[in-house]
Every structure is written in C-alpha cells, then in structure tokens.
Design a protein around this ligand. Structure first.
Ligand SMILES: C[S@@+](CC[C@H](N)C(=O)[O-])C[C@H]1O[C@@H](n2cnc3c(N)ncnc32)[C@H](O)[C@@H]1O
Length: 313
C-alpha cells in the first residue's frame, strides 16, 4: 500500500503485532522491547524527575514499550499515537494497569486533551519521523497541555555527531538512485542538530534546561515557561543526572555496528565482534538480545546465528 499520510503509514507497519514491534525498535520480540523499554524508561524518568503524583503524556507511544515501564511509577500515564493499530497492541500490553489512558491522534495536535492537564511529557524516536512543520505544531500543543513549569523530554537524530551523520548518509544512499517521480515516504527519517532543537523550543514557549548531543541523538529537556519551577535548580539536577539520561559511548558504538551491518553491507559478524564481554557495560547484554533478534530475522541472508548470540550461551 502506498502510504499517503502518517496514519496509514504507521497503521500499515503495525498491521500485525510483529510488524508493530519491528517498527518500534526493530526487534519483533517482547523480550527486546522489555529490555530496551527499561533502558529508555530510566533515561525518561531521570530527565523528567518522575514522581508518583505526576500525570504524564507520551507522544507516539507505539506499543507502550516505555509506558509499560513508567506507568506503574506515576499517577496517570497517557499514551497518544497517530496509529490505531499501534494503540491496539499497547492496549493489550498495558491491560493490567489501571492508571493508563490511550488517545488516538488525527492530526499534529492533542485535540481531546485539556489545557494544562499534564505535569510532564516525553517523545522518543517519533519526531525523527515527522516533517519539521509537524514537530513545531506538536511542540506548540505540548506547551498547551502541560502545566506552566511542566517538563518535556524528547530526542531527534543528531547530524552533528559522526554516527548521526552516518545514519543520515544511509538515507541519502537509498535516495540517490530512487525514482525521482516518487516522493520519499511520508514518515521518512528526518535529521536535526542541537541548535535547531533549541530554536524550535524557544519559539514554542519552552526554556531549554539540558541537552545531550554526544551520540547519534540530540536529547533535550525543557520546561514550559511560566509557573514557579526553579530553572537553575532543575539545570543543576539535570547536570548531576546527566549520566543516567545521555546515551553512553558504548551504546553509540554498538548502535553504530548495527547500522553499518544493516545499512552499509558490513558482514553481520561485525556486530558480534563489537560486543566483547559483558563487563564492558550493561548495554552489552541488551544489544546481544537486540542483535540476536535482528539475526533471527535475517537468518535467510546472513546464515546460521553464531554461538555468541545464542540465547543459551
Ligand atoms: C519508532 S516508533 C517509537 C514508539 C515509542 N515512542 C517507543 O520508543 O517505543 C514511532 C511511533 O510514533 C508514532 N507516530 C509517527 N508519526 C506520528 C505522528 N505524526 N503523530 C503521532 N504519532 C506518530 C508511530 O505510530 C509509532 O508508534
């Protein structure tokens, strides 16, 4: 099916449960979603200093990869997404939680959500798939639904980092020989840089509190202007917690191996070589499972999975 808008693009991707998981983190597997979900949830919780009393909104919640981890820690968690099919999987995965709401979006704003109805909001791996106009519209509406002083955390691809640039060049490579009469898909990867994000936030009523760009991602934490939250105290807190929010060099190295294999034709063994032993950091175990599922998915092209990736090693 030719996707003409965000909704049918993402509904098409999530037309099966497996498809939804693949679209979210490339894994097709609950185990990987739980592992990567816990990792990302820790970054979000640290960035937003989540409290049990918080009402929290996630834009582009997908299958509830992050929400499943965070909802039990807050007063209310609302997942909003353009895709009814994604929300269907999220509904199933979050069924046991009583403080969860799901909102299907129809355009780049939260039509059914009230002004100042959330304390915190976040958006992970979503703005990277939107035209910049839509990013701006969502940021404006996030400012509307957050309380004054409310906190926002989100990421975008980072052109200003070598691995982010390499990720961009994969898109350029695909585009180079594409049929010029065809538009690139509506939800293609979009790339940014720290200064651009700062501008968007400023124009949408947010004050930037912290930004991390030493990875293929620009990760930003901002505060809705107004309200009584002490920006200087928040900046100091975010500086103290930087290591729990920012992607580590090891994460970036392992991610780089994955995109070189999947996008640049490097032999898949480059991923196993990149792993090394578990003592290097907690990312090793997570990427091993991630690589394993990727290998399983590509076994027809890559051959049998090496022992280093097998589940019972
Ligand atoms: C790569 S997935 C990430 C899902 C989730 N944030 C996570 O990290 O697990 C992107 C998600 O954004 C949603 N999405 C894409 N474009 C959107 C738009 N214009 N408005 C709202 N949601 C959108 C998709 O349906 C999908 O669920």
């Amino acid at each position: 099916m030719a996707a003409s808008n965000y909704k049918n693009f993402w509904d098409d991707k999530a037309s099966t449960r497996t498809g939804a998981f693949i679209a979210v983190d490339g894994s097709a597997n609950e185990e990987v979603a739980r592992l990567t979900g816990a990792y990302t949830a820790r970054q979000v919780a640290a960035a937003l200093a989540l409290q049990p009393t918080d009402r929290v909104l996630e834009l582009g919640c997908g299958v509830g990869r992050i929400g499943r981890e965070l909802a039990p820690r807050v007063a209310h968690w609302e997942g909003a997404d353009i895709s009814a099919n994604m929300l269907g999987v999220a509904r199933e995965r979050l069924a046991g939680l009583g403080n969860v709401g799901l909102t299907e979006l129809r355009r780049s704003r939260f039509d059914t959500l009230a002004d100042a109805s959330f304390d915190k909001a976040y958006c992970v791996a979503v703005f990277i798939h939107m035209d910049k106009e839509d990013v701006l519209l969502y940021l404006e509406d996030l400012a509307r639904v957050l309380v004054p002083g409310g906190l926002l955390f989100f990421d975008t691809w980072n052109l200003a980092h070598p691995v982010g640039w390499r990720r961009f060049m994969l898109e350029v490579g695909q585009h180079r020989n594409a049929d010029p009469s065809q538009r690139k898909d509506v939800a293609r990867n979009q790339f940014s840089c720290p200064e651009e994000v700062r501008l968007f936030l400023d124009h949408c009523g947010f004050e930037l509190l912290a930004q991390h760009g030493d990875s293929p991602w620009v990760q930003s934490v901002a505060m809705k202007r107004g309200g009584s939250r002490d920006a200087a105290a928040e900046r100091a807190r975010l500086q103290r917690d930087a290591a729990r929010i920012a992607y580590t060099p090891l994460w970036t190295e392992l991610f780089d191996a994955m995109i070189r294999v999947t996008g640049e034709g490097l032999p898949p063994e480059a991923m196993t070589d990149a792993l090394g032993d578990d003592a290097r950091g907690e990312e090793i175990a997570m990427f091993r499972v991630w690589y394993r599922e990727l290998w399983r998915h590509n076994e027809a092209h890559w051959g049998p999975m090496p022992a280093a990736l097998q589940a019972d090693r």
